[in-house]
Design a protein around this ligand. Structure first.
Ligand code: SAM
Length: 280
C-alpha cells in the first residue's frame, strides 16, 4: 500500500477553515460533477476526498430524505469543518468521516454512487482508489470522478505554473520537482483499467474573476500548491510572491483578475457481475 503523499494531509487541514475564497471554484466544479453523476432520490452516495462538501451538499439535496451521503477525507481539519457545515446547514442525510481514499474501509457493495472531485490527481496510488470505488459500489452502481486539467491559470496564462516549477527546481537542488500532483491523470482510463464499464469522458473549462491579485494569492493557499509554499524557505516564498505579483498586476482589468480553470470528468458503471478485477 502506498502511503498518502507527504505534506498534503496537514496542509489541507490548515487550509480547510478558509476554503476556496473569492471565486467558489470547487463549488462550481463539484456541482457540475454531481450533475453528471445524477444522484437519484433514495440513493446511498459515498463522496471521496469530500473537502468542504462541493459534491456532498448538492448530492444530499438530490438524494432527498430517503437517501444519504457520506463524505470522507484524509485531512482531519477538513473533516471537522465539513461536519460543522453539515450541522450548521441542518442537513440530516449527510455525514462526514476520516478515511484514506486509497484504502476505503466501507463494506463491499454498500453504495449506489461514488463521487470524487479533484482528489485522484493528488494520490500516490489513484489505481488503488479506483479499485476501492468499484468494490464499494453495488453491481450496477455508478462512479463519477474529476481531475483538474492543470493548475488554475490567472489571466489565462501558464506563467505562474512555470514560475512555481522553477522555484521547485531551486528547492530541489536543480532536479525535477518531486511530490507534485499528476495533472496528466486520465480519469476515464483509470476507471476503465479498474474494471468499470460504460466509461464516458467530458472536459470543460470555466472562467472566474478574482477581485484582486491579493485575492488570487489568498486562494492559492487553499489548494495543493500550499504544500509546496510551505516547503519553501520564507525568503524564497517572498521572492516567488513578488515575481507572481509583478507578472499579474498589469493584467488586472476593471473587473478584477480573470482566471481560467478546466476539469476532466469521467462517469462509469460497476458491471453487474462478475466484474471485480484483481490488482496485482
Ligand atoms: C482539491 S481538494 C477537493 C475537495 C472536494 N472534493 C472539492 O471538490 O472541493 C482534495 C481533497 O482531497 C483530500 N485528500 C487528500 N489526500 C487524500 C487521501 N489520501 N484520502 C482522502 N482524501 C484525501 C484533501 O484533504 C482535500 O480535501
Amino acid at each position: 500500500m502506498t502511503p498518502p503523499r507527504a505534506g498534503y494531509e496537514a496542509s489541507y487541514s490548515r487550509s480547510a477553515a478558509n476554503w476556496d475564497p473569492h471565486i467558489a471554484h470547487f463549488t462550481t466544479f463539484g456541482e457540475r460533477l454531481v450533475e453528471l453523476a445524477d444522484p437519484r432520490p433514495g440513493e446511498r452516495v459515498l463522496d471521496v476526498g469530500a473537502g468542504r462538501g462541493a459534491c456532498l451538499f448538492p448530492a444530499a439535496e438530490r438524494v432527498g430524505p430517503q437517501g444519504r451521503v457520506h463524505g470522507v477525507d484524509l485531512a482531519e481539519g477538513m473533516v471537522e469543518c465539513l461536519a460543522a457545515d453539515i450541522a450548521e446547514r441542518g442537513v440530516r442525510n449527510a455525514t462526514a468521516g476520516r478515511m484514506d481514499a486509497q484504502t476505503l474501509t466501507v463494506p463491499d457493495a454498500s453504495y449506489d454512487l461514488v463521487t470524487s472531485a479533484f482528489t485522484l490527481f493528488i494520490l500516490p496510488d489513484p489505481a488503488a482508489a479506483a479499485a476501492g470505488f468499484l468494490r464499494a459500489l453495488r453491481p450496477g452502481g455508478r462512479c463519477a470522478v474529476s481531475v483538474p486539467d492543470g493548475p488554475l491559470r490567472p489571466a489565462g496564462l501558464h506563467d505562474i505554473e512555470a514560475l512555481c516549477h522553477s522555484y521547485a527546481r531551486r528547492l530541489n537542488g536543480g532536479a525535477a520537482p518531486v511530490g507534485m500532483p499528476d495533472f496528466e491523470l486520465d480519469p476515464a482510463a483509470l476507471l476503465a483499467e479498474a474494471g468499470f464499464t460504460g466509461v464516458e469522458a467530458t472536459e470543460e473549462v470555466r472562467e472566474f474573476v478574482f477581485p484582486s491579485v491579493d485575492a488570487w494569492w489568498e486562494w492559492t493557499w487553499t489548494v495543493n500548491v500550499r504544500a509546496f509554499y510551505e516547503r519553501l524557505p520564507p525568503p524564497l516564498l517572498e521572492e516567488l510572491r513578488r515575481e507572481a505579483f509583478a507578472l499579474l498586476t498589469p493584467l488586472v482589468t476593471d473587473k478584477g483578475l480573470p482566471a481560467v480553470a478546466g476539469a476532466r470528468y469521467a462517469t462509469a458503471v460497476r458491471p453487474a457481475a462478475p466484474g471485480l478485477r484483481r490488482r496485482m
